[in-house]
Design a protein around this ligand. Structure first.
Ligand code: MBD
Ligand code: FE
Length: 309
């Protein structure tokens, strides 16, 4: 028999007072959200007969998530960041917007203001013996027209799955660049193949995932923000085909259209590339941007980003 006091008037009264909904002042939207969140919590406590000991364990857990700065990891791990993608996908579909490159989550490891270059860039600083990756493509609009001067803001992990800045062993800005597309809307970069990312094994996110019988691994991927005046910013990633975790991403970010073919040149010789004598890989990937739509929410997610000193 479940103990139920949720519908009793003292509980209803309590919810109305604790959320401030019984009085004036404050933020009306927040009052309603707090009322809902706390009443859903009460319902969970009731339905699962949560004990105070379990509740305080959860509070300690959230404290640790904050202390370790892992909310940016917990949110994708619990599918919340992907859920926001699914919501805006549906909003766009209902507004008749289609044909753009699919979006997928930003993740927690972006760093604003990466070095800018025109047309092409080398992303790796040469300090690591990774397999060379060349990636290139064109930014176009949904009519197929090239978008010149678009900014392709790209970031990815090194061969150990670490991101510069967050991984202090890497040099500043390693594997992070902004590339402005040329007159034909083209971008091109040289880098090294990233490895997949794994949640810190001793951190609170992995602790929860383990309790859920889950792993905390992502397939190897490369992140992008693609933007241009008059277009909806695209937040996306490409995955490296063949990765063991391609369809088993703890952050739920893989999408079929975001797994470009990767061409491996096993002989490692290319007359165009001086000094290259080891196997290397090549990816061609074009981005399609949707035009700005005033009636739809902006795709730029305003959130706190780390800033390089
Ligand atoms: C990453 O590199 C990432 O992209 C996400 C979503 C979560 C953790 C690490
Ligand atoms: Fe990532």
């Amino acid at each position: 028999m479940t103990l139920s006091i949720l519908e009793n008037s003292p509980t209803k009264d309590l919810l109305s007072k604790l959320s401030g909904l019984d009085g004036p002042g404050g933020n009306e939207r927040l009052k309603h959200v707090v009322q809902r969140v706390v009443s859903d919590m009460f319902k969970t406590i009731e339905d699962f007969d949560i004990t105070p000991v379990e509740f305080w364990a959860a509070m300690s857990y959230l404290t640790e998530v904050g202390q370790r700065n892992e909310f940016g990891l917990l949110a994708p791990g619990l599918g919340i960041e992907h859920f926001f993608d699914l919501r805006i996908d549906e909003q766009e579909k209902q507004a008749g917007l289609e044909g753009g490159t699919p979006r997928t989550i930003e993740g927690p490891l972006y760093l604003a203001d990466a070095p800018m270059s025109k047309g092409e860039a080398r992303l790796d600083d040469g300090n690591e013996q990774g397999e060379v990756l060349f990636m290139e493509g064109q930014v176009r609009d949904t009519d197929g027209k090239p978008v010149a001067g678009a900014v392709v803001d790209v970031w990815h992990a090194n061969t150990l799955g670490g991101y510069s800045f967050f991984d202090p062993s890497q040099q500043p800005w390693n594997l992070r660049r902004r590339i402005e597309t040329d007159a034909e809307g083209r971008y091109r970069f040289r880098s090294i193949l990233p490895a997949g990312y794994g949640c810190p094994p001793d951190g609170p996110t992995q602790k929860l995932l383990t309790q859920l019988g889950r792993h905390g691994q992502r397939p190897a991927h490369v992140h992008f923000f693609v933007s241009a005046p008059g277009y909806r910013q695209l937040t996306t990633q490409i995955n490296i085909a063949g990765d063991k975790f391609l369809y088993d991403d703890f952050a739920f970010a893989t999408r079929d259209e975001l797994i470009p073919a990767i061409t491996r040149h096993a002989d490692g010789t290319d007359p165009k590339i001086e000094g290259l004598n080891a196997p290397y890989s090549e990816i061609k990937f074009d981005f399609t941007l949707n035009r700005e739509v005033a009636s739809l929410p902006d795709t730029v997610v305003v959130r706190e980003h780390a800033k390089a000193a």
